[in-house]
Ligand binder design. Structure first.
Ligand code: ATP
Length: 258
């Protein structure tokens, strides 16, 4: 797809198994998104259940919203496009509605695809302001595409500020499926350590995973990923046989509430 302007990617190699914790979210998404979209299940057609056009992931930074979006595209096996708030500002807000039209025209090149938009609040908030008429036009163009019946795309949007989104964005058929992605609980923290250490030599036993989960209360998923990366770096520096519990503990910041 050399002539496409947007940076479409092959279906990601990321899957739900690469995400630690978020078990309830994964189950919900399997039921409400993956199965209806997979189209292999004639029952959905028979009962006229429409797959979603858009879903919204909201929660604090570093909790795995981007990872989850990639994994949804990976599970579906669909081509994938990631747009940041910066892309939206430079391509859409500073340019014109044509860039929005272009995006959805490009989406038509694929039988199905997933579009991830990070920090969607940068687009959807504040458009009622008269000073920003062009911005409002961009938003309206975007929402009009989201309204499409039988679309070939799934838009996954993420935000840390769900409170900034108005009713127009969350109306039926737009981002009416919303999932809160919070900080990991005890079991989820243990699961993230397990996922992150899966392909690295380590001496950790189950007890150590439980202890680490105890010792990292209040941290985000991204913080835990950082701890494992630090510990791996130290193990590599001293050319160790494996990452130890002590390596990981040494990398835990002092401020945890666990
Ligand atoms: P932001 O709101 O800042 O964009 P985010 O919620 O999109 O953050 P990600 O970028 O998905 O967070 O996650 C940050 C890092 O932590 C990534 O390297 C990601 O792979 C890792 N990560 C996050 N959550 C998990 C998880 N549940 N299991 C394993 N790795 C995770």
């Amino acid at each position: 797809h050399r002539n496409l302007e947007y940076g479409w990617q092959q279906p990601p190699e990321t899957h739900f198994a690469d995400i630690g914790g978020l078990q309830d979210r994964k189950n919900d998404l399997r039921r409400t998104v993956l199965r209806p979209l997979c189209n292999t299940d004639a029952a959905y057609e028979r009962f006229n259940v429409a797959p979603p056009n858009g879903i919204l992931l909201h929660g604090p930074p570093g909790t795995g919203k981007t990872l989850l979006a990639r994994a949804i595209a990976g599970e579906l096996g669909h081509p994938y496009l990631e747009l940041s708030a910066g892309d939206i500002k430079s391509r859409w807000i500073n340019e014109s509605t044509e860039q929005v039209t272009q995006l959805f025209a490009e989406a038509q090149h694929f039988e199905r695809c997933v579009i991830f938009i990070d920090e969607i609040d940068a687009l959807l908030a504040g458009r009622d302001d008269d000073l920003h008429r062009e911005h409002a036009q961009v938003v309206n163009e975007f929402l009009a595409h989201l309204d499409a019946e039988d679309p070939n795309f799934l838009v996954i949007a993420a935000t840390n500020r769900a409170d900034l989104l108005d009713d127009a964005a969350t109306r039926r058929g737009r981002f009416d499926q919303q999932y809160e992605i919070g900080k990991p609980d005890h079991d989820a923290r243990a699961a993230i350590f397990r996922v992150q250490l899966r392909d690295r030599p380590t001496t950790l036993d189950e007890e150590a995973y439980q202890a680490l989960a105890d010792q990292t209360g209040g941290l985000s998923s991204a913080d835990i990923v950082g701890i494992v990366d630090d510990a791996a770096m130290h193990a590599a520096e001293r050319d160790a046989d494996a990452i130890t519990h002590e390596d990981l503990l040494a990398a835990v910041p002092d401020t945890t509430s666990g």
